[in-house]
Ligand binder design. Structure first.
Ligand SMILES: O=c1ccn([C@@H]2O[C@H](COP(=O)(O)O)[C@@H](O)[C@H]2O)c(=O)[nH]1
Length: 466
């Protein structure tokens, strides 16, 4: 008998594969449950599982192995011993004492790590393991699983440039159980129907819908239609900085002082001009002068959201005359395309970003909203050159700006949620990290800006594999 057929039948007979009604980790109810933890109680079964994984591992190249905790740990351990390849382990709970390591074991940055998993549904457990590995500088290209439930995991991993290799697919299992008489043809037809109609999105901290291009800024320069977007990439490349600073201060003196301190290290200075108590034309001129001499763009984070007519007045008039000095502004899409049309009509030299996602807890920019923002951006690509998003959510001809970035994870008391530069740029594949209080509240803002500049740029360089 074919070894895979023998394996499936044995898995069924030992009740590793069960048919009924089960709630999975992803929250969905499934008519099949597969508990591969049981294999540790049957050494010969465990040996068969590992031999099948080994057949795939043999064709891949890697320096180190990592099993997704807990079920895949014995599989990875046996593969490690069998192949004399070192192994690392991800901690599910990071200790708040001692070394506080997320990854245990000895490894070097840039080593290639092969992830071993027992089965995959959405891929979220694999992505939870991927995140700390990448943060430690390991390169992950492949994941080997015993079973792919064929419910979206492969595509979810592909979005992160990870290739899934599976020993068995759910389709194979159902066919074998039918042919061997373990399940009736009717039952198998019913199960097929369930698996084909139930796809699960990944619920890892890495948002779903993250796109997977891995082009460099140089390669993307000619793809950007809007000239402010192209100018931004030129600055990014020249200064080797994909850092934007959010200068959320309330006096013009502080704003100008921040602009001159962090100016050499940033590509964009983000303002909230309506929080400056003493804004006037001279301050505006000084800010524009600093932007020219240090070569950064000014992004007024006005978040326009009204009907087109009002937005036009807000953009061009009032006491701020934003259209006269801002290089970049942003807009919500809640009021429809009129907001974008008004901004585009009022100024040719200002590029637009659309808010497609937000960093704050409980925000309402859900998947459908994000997709609508992408659709609007494509429609107005001459004026819209990018997004406020939590990472790369679309194609390489747009630029992705992510706020809520800080070296220390956590949040504030009003719903802000922070992610570190390595995750935002390296894993979530954003382009520009927006850092506010991480720099503004530092005792030495210049030094902090340099630290963030380096962290964001290194994450970019590592991501594109330069
Ligand atoms: O979803 C969003 C959109 C915009 N912001 C802005 O970014 C900065 C973040 O400042 P921190 O001090 O780093 O928290 C701030 O100006 C926000 O208005 C955002 O945080 N989230």
């Amino acid at each position: 008998m074919h070894p895979l057929r023998t394996l499936v039948i044995e898995l069924y007979d030992k009740q590793v594969i069960q048919v009924g009604s089960f709630k999975l980790k992803s929250g969905i109810t499934s008519p099949i449950y597969i508990d591969l933890r049981v294999t540790i109680s049957y050494p010969s079964l465990l040996r068969q599982v590992v031999a099948c994984l080994q057949d795939i591992c043999r064709s891949l190249s890697y320096d180190i192995l990592c099993g997704v905790p807990y079920t895949a740990l014995p599989f990875a351990t046996l593969l490690s011993v069998e192949n004399s390849v070192p192994m690392v382990m991800r901690r599910k709970e990071v200790k708040d004492y001692g070394t506080k390591k997320a990854i245990e074991g000895v490894f070097q940055p840039n080593q290639t790590c092969l992830i071993i998993e027992d089965l995959i549904t959405s891929g979220s457990s694999v992505l939870e393991t991927l995140e700390p590995l990448v943060k430690e500088g390991l390169v992950v290209k492949d994941v080997v699983v015993l079973l792919d439930r064929e419910q979206g995991g492969k595509d979810n991993l592909r979005k992160h440039n990870i290739q899934l290799h599976s020993v068995l697919k759910m389709t194979d299992i159902l066919e074998i159980l039918k042919d061997s008489g373990r399940l009736s043809a009717d039952k198998v037809a019913e199960l097929f129907e369930y698996f084909h109609s139930t796809q699960v999105s990944s619920n890892s901290s890495i948002p779903s819908g993250m796109a997977s291009h891995n082009l460099s800024f140089e390669q993307r320069l000619s793809m950007i239609r809007n000239k402010v977007g192209r100018r931004l990439l030129e600055i990014v490349l020249k200064k080797q900085s994909n850092l934007a600073v959010a200068a959320d201060v309330t006096t013009s003196q502080e704003l100008l002082s921040i602009a001159s301190q962090v100016g050499p290290h940033i590509c964009v200075l983000k303002t909230h001009v309506d929080i400056i108590e003493d804004w006037n034309e001279t301050v505006c001129e000084q800010l524009v002068h600093l932007a020219k001499s240090h070569q950064f763009l000014i992004f007024e984070d006005r978040k326009f959201a009204d009907i087109g007519n009002t937005v036009e007045l807000q953009f061009t008039g009032g006491i701020f005359h934003i259209s006269q000095w801002a290089d970049i502004v942003n807009a919500h899409i809640i009021a429809g395309p009129g907001t974008i049309q008004a901004l585009r009509k009022a100024s040719e030299h200002c590029g637009i970003l659309l808010l497609a996602q937000m960093s704050s807890k409980g925000n309402l920019a859900v998947e459908e909203y994000t997709q609508k923002a992408i659709q609007f951006a494509k429609q107005y690509e001459d004026a819209v050159f990018g997004f406020i998003s939590m990472g790369c959510i679309g194609e390489p001809n747009f630029i992705y700006f992510t706020p809520g970035v800080k070296l220390e994870k956590g949040g504030d008391s009003l719903g802000q949620q922070y992610t570190d530069p390595k995750t935002v740029i390296g894993i979530q594949k954003s382009d520009i990290a927006i850092v506010g209080r991480g720099i503004i509240h530092a005792s030495d803002r210049k030094e902090a800006a340099l630290t963030y500049q380096k962290a964001c740029w290194d994450a970019y360089v590592q991501r594109i594999g330069k």
